[in-house]
Design a protein around this ligand. Sequence first.
Ligand code: NDP
Length: 629
Amino acid sequence: MSVTDTHNAYDFDADVLRDKYRAERDKRVRDDGNDQYLEVKGDFSHYVDDPYVEKGFDRDALTEELEVLVIGGGFGGMLAAARLIEQGITDIKIIEKGGGFGGTWYWNRYPGASCDIESYVYLPMLEETGFVPRQKYTDAPETLAYCQVLAEKFGLNDLALMQTEVVSTEWDEATCRWTVTTNRQDNLKARYVVHSNGPLNRPKLPAIKGIGDYKGHTFHTSRWDYDYTGGNSHGGLDKLADKRVAIIGTGATAVQCVPHLGAGAKELFVFQRTPSSISVRNNQPTDPDWLGTQKSGWQNERRTNFESLMTGAPVKEDLVSDGWTEAFRRLFGQLRDEAPSKLKIAGWALGGAFDKNMYQLGPKQYLMNKAMKHMDIERKIELADMANMERVRARADEMVQDKATAESLKPYYRQFCKRPCFHDEYLKAYNLPNVHLVDTDGQGIDEFTENGVVFGGKEYEVDCIIFATGFEVGTDYSRRAGYGISGVDGLTVSEKWSNGLSTFHGMHAKGFPNCFFFGPAQSAFTATYTFSLDENGIHLAHILSEAKKRGATRIEASAEAEAAWVQTIIDKARLTADFQSTCTPGYYNNEGHVNVAPQNNFYGGGPIEFFKLMKKWRNGKLEGLEVRN
Ligand code: NDP
């Protein structure tokens, strides 16, 4: 039976698909949720050793007073420092556990590593640096090289303490400074501390029977062992020619490295629990003439245009025009035709749709209108989503010769339940005779042995197991950061947030003066993560330059401002939980346990609305912050 609405006729049975999605979800939800993963410490800590530095680095411990200490040398930390320097605040140090700048891009150098957000929006400050990315989608080596361009432009290399891990940060009320200690015995007294430690920085492993027993070679994708595999981020894994290799996981990382593993390994076994959606990527070389003709402000305009499309906000044209924007245009386009200026769709990827004007009517009227209109809107979005996913599933049939393998590679969930992938070689890799998909039908592998991996009663003996099992999300903030944070009267962030996040603008927290968080939530969620990081940097620089003008030494969110902001987040987070509870488990929906406190969400009005709100707030008054000299 086909489904028809006023705009589109779809050639699928929505009820059948809905049932299928539910069944696929139900068979994956596990009681242990996030506890199915093992914390990478103790016997497993070698999984996070840095393979990219020479062993034996040493330096003298530092004892120093300084103005701003930035924790994290990824894009967030770099942009924080750059934006501060632009405002004349230069007494800065950046602590980074890796051997260089780059954060995500420092660690994730696996073969094929690349960003599928367009480089012209992803790489921040392109106008300031004049850098021209080689392609529409930049790869990991170019991104890492760009981090050095930024570092040199702003003199960040001189400010950095590399290969250094923060151990603790403690507030000292008497001096109004943070005492920061490190694993290199540094003792730093910083007026301000910026926590930019990355949302996906801590690798995770499946807590499966026998994981400690395997005797072969093993590593996580974020610590790729090129000594073992040969080759580099561009591929050429020549040392695997006589090796049988297993890769666990088929998320965005695995999708990029599987084609290279397939090309290099004697035999490759890909253990899949849930297939990713794989759409067209179509990378293209950059036309330097085009970049040269862009007017001042083009990058901000372009990334704003992109993120607006991601949230269904009206735009005159689609500047980026790629797989992401096409998916969203298909989801939301027809709705805009119906209510051109009124409709506002909340939450990229989150499926929640609401009419902003309805929201402004007040709770009762809002609920009545919502009930009537929301069903209609939601249904249209759902059907458009199903149509998008039918295209994704058809692509598996087109590209994969073996019918059973093609079937296994078809994802049955709504596209933004999981991180969508864009790749033109991944599906084809399964046509190679040495590449074998082991479809665990949503259950995951059974156990490890000394020799390999067991699934369905069969042992797959391999020389090497590669974990493409992702990163911790949703665990305790300090655990993910890797250090403790103790504020006023010794209150820790873990204690403060034990029942749910509580911040002002996602950046400040009462009880943690002079402390700035980049990204735990309650701020903007952007597909282009560097966009939010840059906005964070701009916001921080405004606050600290105002504080400097006033000769302030202590800045803290007021209890009232924080409570009001938490309420705003709750009010705006209304519909996402409904959507997420229909999704297959993953880190987007707390592994299927959508019981998170509503305040743990990002700002539900979407990033562009959030950025406008922050820009308006930056009027020099620092409202909501208690500023003391
Ligand atoms: P993910 O968390 O997305 O994927 C982890 C994979 O491991 C999933 O396929 C998961 O299956 C699987 N898995 C977990 N446990 C088991 C098990 N016991 N048995 C079998 N499989 C298992 O991590 P990634 O590193 O792939 O990606 C993390 C994020 O990094 C992405 O979401 C994206 O935001 C970003 N990224 C972006 C890229 C880009 O721009 N193209 C590239 C790479 C990463 P299941 O789905 O069933 O849980």
